[in-house]
Design a protein around this ligand. Sequence first.
Ligand code: HEM
Length: 215
Amino acid sequence: MKESKLWLESVVFSFFILVLFLVYTISFYQKHDLYIWNKIFANTSVILISLSMGIRSFAYYIKGLNSFIIYRKYLGLIGFYFILIHGVIIFIMQNRYPFPVYFLQSETIVPFILALISTFIFVIVAVASHNYVRSKLNILTWRKIMRLGHIALVFGLLHFAVKSSILWTDWFKAFFPLYPPPSLIAFFVGLITIAFRISLNFDKTIIDNEVIENE
Ligand code: HEM
């Protein structure tokens, strides 16, 4: 399939997920401003990146998903651009997140460092996913770089779990409002993605097949 078509379909799909999070997040917080848009982009990025990274593992269990593996790169890159938008919004909102004071407090420094590590690894993965860079790299090296994405996702999940855990605990105590915080949904999708990837590690044939694919 032509790359432009894959891009277009991935953009349409990502837009759909963005709209779902838009509606859900506005209903959850009952407001609509830049602070909310930041959450919408941040959570949508986690969903898109998780789908991009998880699709291969999901397809291992549900064969019908094999045809979606071709969208991996595009969903991952759009998710990455959404992370960048999330980062830019944070730095625009100087009233709420004054730089560097906000990030140097005892409760924010760890999430900030985790965010920086995650973003840094995602930059490497995004650059390596470019066709030109990919063509210059040995396929085994390229695959190793792509796998770093899972580590970046883990850092990303920890980054917002640290801060959001109080909100999540409150929700688990009362189940109020009825529906979970958007960040908890994103966290679960990310967690499932990592769990599926780890489960593949237990299947030696997968690892062997990867080596064969590479040859
Ligand atoms: C330079 C990089 C980054 C900075 C400065 C940053 C900063 C922040 C800050 C300050 C918050 C709290 C927002 C709030 O008060 O509502 C936040 C939340 C969040 N961040 Fe990041 N972040 C970065 C990278 C990332 C990355 C790499 C990911 C994902 C892989 C991510 C996903 C999230 C999510 C899902 C939330 C929770 C949104 C919610 O409350 O619904 N961030 N980030």
